[in-house]
Structure formats: C-alpha cells, structure tokens
Design a protein around this ligand. Structure first.
Ligand SMILES: [Zn+2]
Length: 275
C-alpha cells in the first residue's frame, strides 16, 4: 500500500469537509462552512481558545462528529504551543480535550496513535497541518498529525513526528493540509534567514521587497529527510489566507476561529468519512 492519500471535497449536510483515506486511515480537514458560531468565528469554529462561546464551540464539535460518525469522546485534542513535543496516544487518553481545555494533552503539537477510533485533532488558522501514515511489521497502520506553525516548523516538529511514527512502524505517506502558502507568508528578514539556514535558500522567495517563506516546502523537506518518499507526499496547495473557506489568523488580523485536522483509524464497522 504505497499510494499517497488523495484529498477530495465532501458536502455532509451543511458541512464542507476535505477528506482523504489510506487503507483504514482517515484524515479530514474542516472548513468554515456549516457551524453555528457567529461574527469573526462564523461558522464552524472548533477552537475553545479564541474567545468564542464554549457552548457554541462544543455544538460545532458535535456537528463535525455527527458528520463523521465519531463520538465526541473519541476525540483527543492537545494544548498546542508551537513546540516540538509529540505524544503517543492510547486508549487511556481517548476523550482528552474534547469537551474542555482543562484536560487537553498539554504542551503538545504532535499526536500519534495505532489505536482504532482514537481521533487525533489539531487546530489551525494558517499553521501547517501535517498528516503521516505508517505501517507496522504486521500491516497495521499508525497515524500522526502535527501542528506546524513557523516556530514549530523551524524547531523541527515535522521531523519529530515522523521519528515518532518510525518507533511504531515504517512511515509510508504524508499529506500537507490547508495552511498559509508562500503566496501570503511574508516574513521578516531575520525569520527568513533562519528558514534559509535550516531548510536551504529554496524555501525563501524574494520576488518583492518583503521575503516570503514556503512553509509547504519546509514540511516536505523534513518529511523527505526522515524517509517519506517525495511521491508519497500530497499537498493540495490550499492557502488559508487566499481561500475564504478557511479561517486565517493573518488575513483576519488575529480575530478568527479555528478549523481542525482530524485523523483516525476506522474499525470494521465504521462508516469512516462517509464512503
Ligand atoms: Zn495565499
């Protein structure tokens, strides 16, 4: 099983979701469409840390779970800090962070699991979601998600994610989700210089006065350095700042909601992402 996961758009009720499958592995990216949040958080805000009404956010999370035939208490949500800590998640952590920020997986930007119906969730509004799927010696799958903002990308969270997958199986394929593209990620010169040092000059674009950093290329470089074949890395090149379907921290000047990446291993009787 070497085919890279291919992203397709699904309309499930009022929700518009981007979904991909790799064997029993499912990965879904939400858009703004279909939720009940209002104002700057309209519509499907899934983040509890942005100032939206928590009851409304939980309602939105319920809508997403319903569309995906998952239980709210099957989600696992980390407290993201733009760091590099990656946590291996098992049965015991199922449900953490799903209903409250109090019991999130603290100070964590990457999640890995091999347990069916443990739904890993990471939250975004420009930062780069990276999904990785690996395969164990017995053919079972391991899935992983990282939240890679520019600080986490520079610090190496994508490489750490793949390394953690590699402790359980062989990394096979990856998908880089909707996030701020090189078209919109202008960066100060000192930041751009750090990226050039870590990833090579190719990730810094200097077509105007201001430098721009290609975080998508950075993610691919770290995936390739850790052994994921270039042909097994999919990037639909959806820029959250250009594409009004998504929340964008930069475009919306900091006052906005969060979309999520959600990944899980379907069990035998799951409907998965609606196929
Ligand atoms: Zn853009």
């Amino acid at each position: 099983m070497n085919a890279a996961p291919h992203l397709i758009t699904r309309h499930l009720g009022a929700l518009e979701l981007l979904t991909a499958e790799y064997g029993a592995a499912r990965v879904v990216f939400s858009t703004r469409a279909g939720g009940v949040s209002r104002g700057p958080y309209a519509q499907l805000n899934l983040g509890l840390s942005v100032g939206d009404d928590p009851a409304v956010v939980l309602h939105n999370r319920g809508l997403l779970c319903e569309a995906l035939a998952l239980g709210l208490d099957e989600l696992v949500i980390p407290g993201q800090v733009h760091g590099t800590r990656v946590a291996v998640i098992g049965e015991r952590e199922r449900g953490r962070g799903a209903r409250s920020r109090d019991d999130v997986i603290h100070d964590t930007d990457g999640l890995v699991t091999a347990v069916p119906r443990v739904a890993l969730v990471t939250s975004f509004a420009d930062c780069v979601p990276v999904f990785v799927v690996g395969e164990t010696a017995t053919g079972a799958l391991v899935i992983a998600l990282a939240h890679a903002g520019w600080r986490g990308m520079l610090a190496g969270v994508v490489g750490t994610l793949v390394q953690t997958v590699a402790t359980l199986g062989v990394p096979r394929a990856a998908l880089v989700g909707p996030s701020i593209g090189p078209c919109c990620f202008a960066a100060a010169d000192d930041v751009a210089d750090q990226f050039a040092q870590h990833f090579g000059a190719e990730v810094v674009l200097r077509e105007s006065d201001e430098a721009a950093v290609d975080l998508w290329r950075c993610a691919a470089i770290d995936l390739e350095r850790r052994g994921v074949a270039p042909a097994a890395i999919v990037n639909p090149r959806l820029c959250t700042s250009c594409d009004a379907r998504f929340f964008s921290h930069r475009r919306d000047r900091g006052l906005t909601g969060r979309q999520v990446a959600i990944a899980w291993l379907a069990d035998g009787d799951s409907e998965g992402s609606g196929t």
